[in-house]
Design a protein around this ligand. Sequence first.
Ligand SMILES: [Zn+2]
Length: 454
Amino acid sequence: MLPYFLRRLLLVGLLLAGPCLSVRAIPVSDPVPLQKASPYAQYSRQLREKGLHETPGGRAWLRAGANALLDSVTVPVPFKETGHYAAKQATAQSYRFRLPAGGRVLISVLGKTKGAAPCFADVFELSGGDPGPVAYLGAGKSQLKLPAEAGKTYLLRLQPKLGYAGNYTVSITQLPAFTFPVKGKDARAIGSYWGVSRDGGKRKHEGIDIFARRGTPVVSATDGVVSNVGKTRLGGKVVWVINKNLQAVYYAHLDKQLVKTGQLVKAGQVLGTVGNTGNAKTTPAHLHFGVYRGWGGAVNPLPYVKKAVKPAPAVVVALQRLGTRGRIIAKKAVLRVSPSAKSPARREMPAATVLTLTAGTGSWYRAQLPDGTAGYVQAPLIEPLTRSLRSTTVKSSQALLAEPQPEATAIARLKAGTTVKVLGRFDAFLLVQNPAGQKGWMVRPENQYLSAAE
Ligand SMILES: [Zn+2]
């Protein structure tokens, strides 16, 4: 089968090398209009034209967008997360995800306005070098279909306009890459799977069998070009279609062949009808469906045509806590790269570490440390900052700082002898509340250890 297919592929290659036709010219169903500036690029340009890139807000917005491309969490597919945007903070978040074979992606971003995403959504591909833009959400849209390629890693960046406040819910769903090849049927009609032994164990089944009444239309699973319409001993009446990713899709045991070699076809277009020609003479009518990946031979076609049944876990964290700060209640907790206990650690956090809860997925919070490091923490490990852990006396006069870093803006002055309430910690700083009720950071007195148990 394969040498024959390779011969056909070579022939088609020669055909396609003609002056007016090339493999790349095959129309795809979801064109990504990258030649047009994305809404994100247009908005950035407007900011610059208005001179806003020189204001602190504009600068922070541009920086947040650029930083999101450098650093991101890694999420599984399917994935669903609800997050919060605060008006006074320029934030952008990014998610890395990888697709298994046979998948394509549907990204949806919902906010308070029906039908329109509350933020810009841009997708980049991360194979090697710099992130390369591959797709974006159109203005006023909330869903984006990404013709993703298996094995590649993508990065989704979400960023709202300056000053936007509100919640958003993002979901990344895997869809089958191909159209189901038998009209009116779905995966329930598959009667024989990949890898099953054939001819008394001499060979393995290099495809799936989809059972349907003789004469049921067989439709093309992809856009592509018909590379062969022929007759073989095993396959009977067969049709081969090559798509733009150079995958060869094989349809066998047809009753009728209704296309010609060299014909361009769209996904869903009729190629022939279900039958039992070739070595299926003694079995009920069915379509043998196979996918051959470039020169690498047959692959399991099932994920290309079968919907993944597993939905993304529901968001069960307390949404009213999004946008607020919390602190670690366990002796030690781990900030992770992905919302999974098996995922690598990004940072170990001692008890009372303060973090801002930016989003929730399943029973995990996505949280950000005061230094900007973001990751996932299991929700039960975080408590709100409602009560103080203890009180402490300021030993030497110092500033109450807006951030836990020495050069941060001073909110107030803490005189020596002042008693402050301790709410949490980060590195060498304590988050405290002064007698006037102002919250800020002070340098942690040496030899003073803080634990939630105190
Ligand atoms: Zn078969």
